[in-house]
Each structure stands twice: as C-alpha cells, then as structure tokens.
Design a protein around this ligand. Structure first.
Ligand code: HGY
Ligand code: MN
Ligand code: MN
Length: 396
C-alpha cells in the first residue's frame, strides 16, 4: 500500500508532497483509499464535507458502538510522506492483521479520511472534521477562499464532490476514535519507544496580520516620507519569536504575501500568517495580546495600518477518557506524551467522541518537510499496536 500511495502528489525534485485538498493530487490519493477500501469489501460512506469512512460491519445494518480509526491524506506544501497517510494506511493494515487472525468485529470498525486537515488550501485546520461535528458552521466554511481566489464549494464541486456543508451523521453512534500519526517531535526518540499514546494537544491557532501602507518608489522616496508595511511585518515576526521565548510558547510566520511584490516598489500591503501554540490557553492568549499591542504600536510609528484576524483556533484538548484508558491497558509499555500538533482527533475529542492517539516514532522529529521519516519496523509496530487496540475496542 505504502509503495502505491507514495508517488501520488510527490514533487520529484524535492521529494515533498503537494496534496492540497480538492486538487488532482489529493483526489488521486482519495481514489487510492476508496480502491483499497473496496478491495477489502469495506462499505464506503461519505458526507457533504468531503470526509470518507470505510466500514467493516458485523452485519450490514449494524451501526451502534462504531469504532473508527484513520487520519488525513492532504498535506502542507512540500510536506512529508507520513503526516496523515501513515494513519490511513495503518488503519487498513490493522484490518488486514485482524482478518488474518480470523477475527470478526462485534461492533462496526471504520477507517476514516478527513478532508483538508492541514488547512493548507482554505486556511482553517481540520476543516472536514470541524464541519462534520458542527464545530464550524457551513456559513463560515462557505466563505473560505484559497489563495488563488477559488471558493471552497466551487473547489469541491470542480473536484467531483457534491458539497453539502455542515454537521453530518457520518460518525453518529461512534463510541471511540483512535488516530495513529507519526510523531511530529522527538519525544519517542528520547524515550526510546517505537509507539506512544497521546495525552493532550496544546491550544494553538492561526492569525492573519494584515498590514497596509503606501506604495511608492524604492529609490526616490525619502525614508521619512515612507509608510512601509514591510517594516511593520518584520517587527511583528521578531516580536512573535521574542514573546514566544519569553512566555514558553512557540510562534512561526511561515507565509507572507506582499503586494505588489516588486523589487523596486515599497509595498502597498503585506499579509503575514502567524501560527502560535502554547502549553496552556492563558500563555497563548498572553502571546497574542502582547503581539497585537506591539504590532499596532509599531504600525503607528511606521504610518501603516494593521488588523490582526484570528483565522483558525484550536483549544487545548485532553485525550483522557475511556478510549485512552483502553489504549493504555492494551499498550502498558507505551509512554504517554503531549503534542503541539493539531489533529482531527483533537476535533473529535472536542466534539465529545472518546478519542485516543497513537504516535509512531520519528527518528529526527522533523515534520512538514520532505525529510519526515519513520522506519518500517516502527511503522509495523504501530500497525500491531493499532490492531491490538481495535481488537479490544470492537472485537469483544
Ligand atoms: O499543523 C498542525 O499542527 C498539524 O500538522 N495539522
Ligand atoms: Mn500536519
Ligand atoms: Mn497530520
């Protein structure tokens, strides 16, 4: 399976992945999943948000007590091979392991693929699972536009989906969700363990810092006559990093759009997207408040104007609960560790589905990069762990 999925959406030059939601590459990955599901006689159900679940049911009409695993297939630009796909492939492989043992579920077992988890195209993380659970309104989602101006509904329709945004019944009666994911950090390396269990997800979010200045000539405009939004943006990036260092948070500006983006033109507008995360909400709020205050003051000094807009907010999520209790009972040697990476599991937990996460060791900890990697041995250990958890949750 891994070898079949690997080339889809892969940039041959960098080895990174470009699987933006509802683009041909991501559609091909989703088609691959649907083919694999059909190959296993799993019953595929989809909702109007672009989410899929492939079911292995004890009998055709069984619904109660569903247990779901899975993850996402979309990627960040130039992302790694494992972030998302490892959870999907491991879910299918765990079903193969359980079938191979001659087992049959007493409750429905599903493998899910959630749409636009990275928010790489439309800016809102976990878009598919947030719509499914009702944590994001269809009105808010319908207003989302990609950088190229394409609206969400238009992108879905042109990719062949039948958009029907909003809360769906796809996971109704599901009593447990377990997401396996490559660890995006070095916790398991330091703990020398192939598989770990998720404790919690840090609160995190994305803010647009939108700065407007006065376009002018780069050569003939005197410094004192300038209203240069790039200065305000540069001060914002440095302030985000300094404040993060001072408050025990993390902050990143990885995306900036400059208009008109000319070498010899003072910009008219600079948009910078901040990704900020912290161990707890008060720390995150403090960072954003300090940054906003500093950026507004700097804009005043620069003669520019700025607005800071929250684009995506993910509250702190704890995975404590019945599903994690089961996981820890089945995998007593697996260490329990927090993460600052967001996941659909965080959304489902927030929506009240008892949720657990399994992490597979990442030898370098690097993620959201072509260098992301996990060893085959650790990936197989992840499949064995997931199969044991699914057996405990749905086969007894
Ligand atoms: O950005 C994240 O935390 C995750 O990889 N979507
Ligand atoms: Mn990711
Ligand atoms: Mn992910």
């Amino acid at each position: 399976m891994w070898a079949e999925l690997a080339p889809i959406g892969r940039d041959p030059t960098s080895g990174g992945y470009l699987r933006f939601a509802w683009t041909p590459a991501e559609r091909a990955a989703r088609a691959w999943f649907q083919t694999e599901a059909a190959r296993r006689d799993l019953v595929l159900e989809s909702d109007g948000n672009g989410n899929d679940v492939a079911w292995w049911r004890p009998e055709p009409q069984a619904r109660a007590g569903g247990v779901v695993t899975g993850s996402h297939l979309d990627s960040v630009p130039q992302g790694g091979a494992f972030d998302g796909p490892l959870g999907v492939v491991s879910g299918l492989a765990a079903i193969d392991v359980l079938r191979g043992r001659g087992l049959a579920p007493v409750r429905p077992v599903g493998v899910a693929v959630f749409a636009e988890e990275e928010g790489g195209r439309f800016g809102t993380a976990c878009l598919g699972s947030r719509l499914l659970t009702g944590l994001l309104t269809p009105e808010r989602a319908a207003g989302l536009r990609a950088a190229d101006g394409v609206g969400l509904v238009e992108a879905m329709a042109s990719a062949g989906d039948e958009p029907d945004l909003g809360r769906s019944g796809l996971l109704d009666e599901v009593t447990a969700y377990v997401e396996l994911h490559i660890e995006q950090g070095r916790g398991l390396v330091d703990l020398d363990a192939p598989v770990g269990v998720g404790a919690e997800i840090w609160p995190h979010g994305r803010w647009l810092v939108d700065i407007t200045g006065r376009p002018d000539h780069a050569g003939t405009t005197r410094l004192e006559d300038r209203s240069d939004p790039m200065l305000t943006a540069a001060a914002t990036v440095l302030c985000a990093r300094t404040t993060a260092e001072q408050t025990g948070a993390v902050a990143t500006v990885g995306r900036i759009l400059v208009e008109p983006n000319g070498t010899n033109a003072i910009p008219s507008r600079v948009r910078a997207w901040l990704d900020a995360r912290a161990p707890d909400q008060p720390t995150l709020t403090r960072l954003i408040d300090r940054l906003t205050e500093h950026t507004v003051a700097r804009a005043g000094a620069d003669g520019t104007s700025v607005r800071v807009v929250a684009e995506s907010a993910s509250p702190a999520v704890s995975f404590a609960g019945t599903t994690t209790d089961t996981v820890r009972r089945v995998l007593p040697d697996a260490p329990v560790l927090p993460t600052a990476a967001g996941h659909d599991a965080g959304v489902l937990a927030e929506a009240g589905i008892p949720t657990a996460m399994l992490f597979v060791r990442n030898p370098t900890g690097v993620s959201h990069s072509p260098a992301e990697h996990a060893t085959e041995a650790d990936c197989l250990a992840g499949v064995e762990a997931l199969a044991a958890v699914l057996e405990e949750l749905a086969f007894r």
